[in-house]
Design a protein around this ligand. Structure first.
Ligand code: GAR
Length: 225
């Protein structure tokens, strides 16, 4: 007998702006390439373009505006309540430009992932493309990682590489990396949705074995459509 399809992984997406990674996840779900459902999109910025896109797609949205809270602790508590109202199995940071408190990160241990525009552990933090060019690297890219208390320091699941070309500008490189991010994030979430990637005993497992080094898109994951 064929095995019944597993139920879609419930997600909550957090974003602060444009929302193109959220859109890539949504498209992958709509195309049947990602077995997940986006229960809500939450932003710290009322004007975030990603909120309007979610609205149009009939996805529940919420704003938890950081300017209305006195400190990080009270903000993160309000954010946690807004997220948990949707009971997600996975919280997906998609350009959510806030530093999260240790208590928040601990609450979501193993259920919180982020996409970052560099080949971590290189270029944590901001302005990754400019710093990559300054350093003269020949290879750059993006990473999806579990979030831990160390900023951009949690274990990496999957990466995509792009070549740096002579004459590249920050803008050109950003466009090339973002295009890869849009393939990378759905592929990484699908690894979790399918149960191939799991978080157990404070570490990442792939197919029941500890994941020692990040997977590389198009190299370790030929079969992602
Ligand atoms: C993406 O490039 C993402 O990697 C980056 O913000 C952008 C959001 O774009 N995230 C970080 O820098 C997190 N440290 P989007 O709103 O179009 O998805």
């Amino acid at each position: 007998m064929p095995t019944p399809p597993s139920s879609p992984l419930p997600l909550v997406v957090l974003l602060s702006g444009r929302g193109s990674n959220f859109q890539a996840l949504l498209h992958a779900i709509q195309a049947g390439r990602l077995n997940a459902v986006i229960r809500a999109v939450i932003s710290n910025r009322p004007g975030a373009a990603g909120l309007a896109m979610a609205d149009q797609a009939g996805i529940s949205t919420a704003v938890v505006d950081h300017r209305e809270y006195e400190d990080r602790e009270s903000y993160d508590t309000a954010l946690r309540i807004a997220i948990d109202a949707h009971a997600p199995a996975l919280v997906v940071l998609a350009g959510f430009m806030r530093i999260l408190t240790p208590a928040f990160v601990r609450h979501y241990e193993g259920r919180l992932i982020n996409i970052h525009p560099s080949l971590l552990p290189r270029f944590r933090g901001l302005d990754t493309h400019a710093r990559a060019l300054q350093e003269g690297v020949t290879e750059h890219g993006a990473s999806v990682h579990y979030v831990t208390e160390e900023l951009d320091g949690g274990p990496v699941i999957l990466q995509a590489r792009v070549a740096v070309h002579p004459g590249d500008t920050e803008e050109l490189l950003a466009v090339r990396v973002l295009k890869e991010e849009h393939r990378l994030y759905p592929a990484a979430v699908e690894l979790i949705a399918s149960g191939r990637i799991r978080w157990r005993e404070h570490r990442v497992w792939l197919d029941g074995k500890p994941l020692e080094t990040p997977l590389l898109l198009d190299h370790d994951l030929q079969s992602i459509p």
